[in-house]
Design a protein around this ligand. Structure first.
Ligand SMILES: Cc1cc2nc3c(=O)[nH]c(=O)nc-3n(C[C@H](O)[C@H](O)[C@H](O)COP(=O)(O)OP(=O)(O)OC[C@H]3O[C@@H](n4cnc5c(N)ncnc54)[C@H](O)[C@@H]3O)c2cc1C
Length: 658
């Protein structure tokens, strides 16, 4: 077997620390090995040199001793193809990240480079040509989560002509943005810029929206995912309903509205907000009198039924059942957003006991003209106008003691927005903001904060609030530090707004495990590469966007949704996909059928096979396998191996070190 070793200088990245010439000389002494060096092996002349040596010297395998395979493995695999070799006859010896960048001693670093290159030669001697498998692509995308990120991704994909399905767990799409009055820094009316997008998605022939629905199961692999979607019973026939609203006007049951953040009521049959898409109500079975009476006496006809009686379209269907839909998708975008931090853990802020200590999302609803107070800033405790409001930042952000060490990125801006809107609603109101630092790093954000202080007279106090008390007259006494003047401050306030941080959606873990997306220590989904692949995940064909990855504002969520959509369109532009051939394989002659491999496989890629002698052994479903190698380490009889990284190849590498 003839092997060519090509050692790169990488400018001086490698050659400043490693004696490249010595590496070449030492490797060239190995039997069957030809070695040479070049300043930039990844450049066109460098690659052409490799191609010409493959042809002239009739090489069987190539070692490139250069940078990490993460960066140029693909480049050099293509070089081998152009030279007429199977691309999997390439090995990379990483003498930059694993050597010249982390060592200073020239002799030792050179010795290490020689060893790394020799190990690559040892492995390459056992390399076999591998061939990617070709699979078809189902040109339809599943988008989980119908907030602004999911909606934008669906619009972008459908505009390119591909089918998209949005699965949203709430009765309407829209996410948190539907709750806001105005959005920073431009102060656009939130509904005015969101609802056209909601309508565009719902009216597109290429977008199907399942609201009040959840994905229960996802299997398959890039190009060919199978999803099982549960469409929960709304108890209202979506085809018949005209959205006239008579049912909820007549419904006698009032409960707290989740959309209004418990500051206002909704009925037991309801649409969450006026511009909901679809404009079809759901019946809340927990609180509806009919369902409650049926639970108590299943034999009865059930009480109330007023909605049914008054519905002119005959759309109320109390006996509706959940529907299970199974569909195939080529790609999945996860856009499940965030949750607000639960401030009840802050005992010093009243632990949720004081009605007039509200969250920022609650304050958004108070500011909103279609909110529970029609845009009047009224205290929840007594409906009196709140004229002095203290905003407290970093509640559940940058607080190690509460398990949230990170910055939620949007709170400085939305607090400034809310303080400004307060002053627009009540010009002579007093607004105070307690902050740790102001983080306003977006376009025109810093200017916005300055405007809020200079033009609107909002007073910023740098320091933490140590305690909020309720005083006899019903006011709140806010005690905090002003670290700039070095004084303790006490403010008597009508209302306190807590800028609760953004935490991960509680379903992240379950969803991540089901789809195969890792999550970080704060339980946000992890992107494939923080800089170079921010919308991709470790699972091919699965993408993320919006605040499910990390706290993000609307512009960033929309931008990432566009990025995820463009990746999906890249996939859909191909008739067939080539799957990596670095996959597990089972030696069925040795397999004892214990199936430890199946227990550890995160991709359900191990199946049973019954042999002629009736023994049951393991089989790898290649289209599902990701080549992670878990099965190999679990096999007690070494019957499972990884093509391209066989036990034999790895042992050979280790032997070469002796
Ligand atoms: C108080 C406050 C004010 C803000 N003001 C502004 C502002 O003025 N300007 C700005 O740029 N940003 C603002 N933001 C940030 C903004 O809310 C986010 O950038 C935006 O909501 C992120 O969109 P998203 O689609 O990623 O997430 P979300 O809006 O959270 O939407 C996620 C959607 O996914 C759905 N979902 C969740 N789990 C599932 C599941 N398992 N299955 C199906 N569906 C699921 C949810 O029901 C929801 O509809 C503010 C944030 C807060 C807290």
């Amino acid at each position: 077997m003839k092997i060519g070793v090509f050692v790169c200088h990488c400018g001086t990245n490698i050659s400043a620390v490693i004696d490249v010439q010595k590496v070449v000389n030492d490797l060239a002494k190995m039997p069957g090995v030809f070695a040479m060096d070049y300043k930039f092996m990844c450049s066109d002349p460098g690659q052409n040199m490799i191609i010409s040596e493959i042809k002239q010297k009739k090489l069987d395998a190539v070692i490139v001793a250069a940078c990490s395979p993460c960066l140029h493995e693909l480049t050099f695999r293509n070089t081998l193809i152009r030279g007429g070799l199977n691309p999997y006859m390439l090995e990379i010896a990483n003498i930059r990240e694993q050597d010249s960048w982390v060592h200073t001693d020239r002799d030792k670093a050179t010795e290490k480079a020689v060893r790394l290159a020799k190990m690559a030669v040892a492995k390459a001697k056992r390399n076999q040509p591998l061939f990617p498998q070709e699979v078809s692509v189902e040109k339809s995308c599943l988008v989980i989560g119908g907030g602004i990120a999911g909606i934008q991704a669906a619009i972008d994909i459908s505009s390119a002509g591909y089918q998209t399905v949005i699965v949203e767990k709430e009765p309407s799409i829209g996410g948190k943005m539907a709750m806001f009055d105005k959005t920073f820094p431009t102060l656009d009316c939130s509904a005015c810029i969101l609802t056209p997008k909601m309508v565009q998605a719902s009216q597109s022939k290429k977008v199907k929206i399942y609201t009040y629905s959840e994905v229960e199961e996802i299997g398959g692999y890039v190009g060919n995912f199978n999803a099982r979607i549960r469409v929960k019973a709304r108890s209202v026939n979506m085809e018949k309903c005209t959205g006239c609203g008579i049912c909820w006007q007549k419904c006698p049951v009032k409960v707290n509205s989740e959309f209004e953040q418990n500051l206002g009521p909704r009925k037991a049959v309801y649409v969450p907000f006026a511009q909901a898409v679809p404009n079809v109500p759901v019946i809340d079975c927990v609180n509806c009198t009919y369902y409650r009476s049926k639970r108590q006496n299943p034999e009865s006809k059930g009480l109330c039924r007023i909605c049914e009686k008054f519905c002119p379209a005959g759309a109320i269907e109390f006996d509706q059942k959940d529907k299970i839909i199974e569909e195939k998708f080529g790609a999945v975008i996860v856009a499940t957003g965030f949750s607000a931090f639960d401030h009840k853990v802050y005992g010093e802020y009243g632990a949720g006991r004081y009605k007039d200590v509200v969250t920022a999302l609650q304050f958004e609803r108070l500011l909103n003209s279609s909110g529970p107070t029609q845009g009047k800033i009224l205290r929840p405790s007594d409906s009196k106008e709140a004229r002095t409001i203290v905003f407290v930042q970093c509640v559940g952000s940058r607080d190690e003691s509460k398990g949230v060490p990170y910055c939620s990125r949007v709170c400085c801006m939305y607090t400034a927005k809310q303080a400004l809107l307060l002053k627009e609603h009540i010009p002579d109101a007093n607004a105070y903001v307690f902050y740790i630092d102001i983080r306003a790093a977006g376009k025109n954000y810093e200017e916005f904060i300055e405007r809020v202080q200079d033009e609107y007279g909002v007073l910023y106090l740098r320091g933490r609030v140590s305690k909020i008390y309720r005083t006899g007259d019903g006011a709140l006494l806010v005690r905090g530090a002003d670290t700039l003047s070095g004084t303790q401050v006490e403010i008597s306030a009508d209302m306190v707004v807590l800028a609760t941080g953004l935490v991960s959606n509680p379903e992240t873990v379950k969803l991540g495990q089901m789809i195969g997306i890792p999550y970080d220590k704060n339980r946000f989904f992890t992107e494939s590469h923080p800089k170079l692949a921010p919308a991709e995940t470790q699972t091919a064909g699965v993408f993320i966007c919006g605040a499910c990855q990390f706290p993000k504002d609307i512009p960033d969520s929309v931008a990432q949704a566009g990025a995820a959509a463009s990746k999906v369109l890249g996939l859909f532009s191909q008739e067939h996909l080539m799957l990596e051939p670095v996959l597990a394989c089972v030696n069925q002659k040795i397999c004892n059928g214990c199936f430890h491999c199946r227990a550890v496989c995160p991709y359900n890629a191990i199946d049973e096979e019954i042999l002629k002698d009736k023994s049951v052994v393991a089989r790898v479903i290649e289209s599902k396998c990701h080549g992670c190698g878990n099965c190999i380490s679990a096999c007690p009889v070494s019957a499972v191996d990884l093509k391209g990284y066989t036990n034999e190849q790895i042992l050979e590498q280790l032997q070469s070190l002796r």
